[in-house]
Write a protein that binds this ligand. Structure first.
Ligand SMILES: NC(=O)c1ccc[n+]([C@@H]2O[C@H](COP(=O)([O-])OP(=O)(O)OC[C@H]3O[C@@H](n4cnc5c(N)ncnc54)[C@H](O)[C@@H]3O)[C@@H](O)[C@H]2O)c1
Ligand SMILES: O=P(O)(O)OC[C@H](O)CO
Length: 376
């Protein structure tokens, strides 16, 4: 019998060699993919390619011997089947402009690893990708979950979810992004999966703030629990399925990010709680804390979709220097006169709430012959 030839894994490029891009490159390489990392700085590309280390972002981690790296985009993208994007969300659009001509003759799957929304437009990363690459949304996927990079780089067992409008695409990516320490589930709720990752950052900033002030576990548990309600209200009003927010991309990521000192959002919040100004915090942060840039566009979307976000409102006030960090926790509800129902269960205690409003919007749209109603 002739021995079976080993099947070569997909050829993939990972754009962005910070902590998450490099860790995801390792996940893919350890799962058998042929990985080329793209780093903005030539020295970093050289260190990953030659020494198989990324000492600034992943100190002490040995990267797979099969992992290559370059700072030439055209080299990274040549002949790839899948492209993973892991740059700061506010720089995604400019990066896609450089990618677009290089992907013109290629129908590679495009995967967002990012957890932010674009300032100014409020767009999710998959929407920015669709706009800039002008590609079929069925080619786009997003990855999310409780995924603190350094823990995964140390090969601690972790799960994540891959979401795409096309289940087939989600499954292709989920098969590439799995190995003996990283397990991927799939869903088709891209909106819920992306918003879960964005919103938990904002709640983690709030947790950091109260931690910095010196409050204890009751305060944090209150914020996490009410934060999940706020996240779900917002996401459902914007088209997500509520169950996605109970899953890895919602509750799972909320727990990891709120509990871990490795979280940059949590760290940024802690500095604010200790009395540093927003400007000082930005100066001190060596890595990307997406929550700081997402607060304003999320609150804008919340206003448009008529969702109350008392915790996120207070985070914004602390960031703007308009609220003393010590005052953040008592205002877990906007309703100061009549006590609110606790409402953790969708479609029941509040008579539907955001779910009802989302349904109403869909109905309005239907009545207006597919055009958005004024409420949209
Ligand atoms: N680190 C994590 O644990 C983690 C986990 C899951 C998701 N994420 C998400 O991944 C995304 C990337 O975060 P990260 O943790 O890798 O950040 P990071 O700060 O560790 O690295 C960001 C990388 O992007 C590069 N960069 C900065 N500005 C750029 C620009 N204008 N153009 C191109 N590259 C630029 C930096 O040089 C760096 O290599 C974020 O959206 C974050 O929310 C991070
Ligand atoms: O370090 P953070 O706060 O960006 O969080 C990292 C990941 O999103 C955790 O899942």
């Amino acid at each position: 019998m002739t021995p079976k030839k080993p099947v070569a894994g997909p050829r993939v490029a990972v754009i962005g060699a910070g902590s998450w891009g490099t860790t995801f490159g390792k996940i893919l390489a350890d799962g058998g993919a042929q990985v080329t990392m793209w780093a903005r700085r030539a020295e970093l590309a050289h260190e990953i390619d030659e020494a198989k280390r990324n000492s600034r972002y992943l100190p002490g981690i040995n990267l797979p011997r099969t992992m290559a790296a370059t700072h030439e985009l055209s080299t990274a993208l040549r002949g790839v089947d899948q492209v993973y994007l892991s740059v700061p969300s506010q720089s995604l659009r400019e990066n896609l402009k450089a990618l677009r001509p290089l992907l013109a003759d290629n129908d590679a799957k495009i995967v967002s690893l990012m957890k932010g929304v674009e300032r100014g437009t409020g767009l999710r990363m998959s929407q920015v990708i669709e706009q800039e690459l002008q590609c079929d949304p069925d080619r786009i996927a997003v990855a999310s979950g409780p995924n603190l990079a350094l823990e995964i780089a140390r090969e601690q067992p972790t799960a994540a979810v891959i979401s795409s409008r096309s289940l087939e695409t989600a499954e292709i990516i989920a098969r590439a992004a799995r190995n003996n320490y990283f397990r991927t589930f799939v869903n088709t709720d891209v909106i819920g999966t992306e918003f879960g990752g964005v919103l938990k950052n904002l709640i983690a900033v709030a947790i950091g703030i109260v931690d910095g002030v010196g409050y204890g576990e009751n305060t944090k548990a209150s914020i996490i629990t009410r934060g999940l309600v706020e996240m779900t209200d917002f996401a459902v009003a914007n088209g997500a399925h509520p169950e996605t927010l109970q899953g890895l991309a919602g509750l799972g990521d909320l727990i990891a990010t709120c509990q871990s000192p490795l979280s940059r959002n949590n760290t940024a919040g802690r500095l604010l709680g200790q009395g540093y100004s927003f400007q000082d915090v930005v100066k001190q942060m060596q890595q990307t804390a997406e929550g700081l840039a997402s607060v304003a566009p999320i609150l804008q979307l919340a206003r448009e979709s008529e969702v109350d976000m008392p915790i996120v409102e207070q985070v914004k006030m602390v960031l703007d220097g308009k609220m003393n960090p010590r005052d953040i926790a008592p205002h877990l509800t906007t309703d100061d006169d009549t006590p609110q129902g606790e409402r953790t269960n969708y479609g029941q205690a509040d008579g539907g709430g955001p779910l009802r409003r989302a349904f109403q919007r869909a109905f309005d749209q239907f009545r207006h012959g597919g055009r958005g109603s004024r409420r949209d």
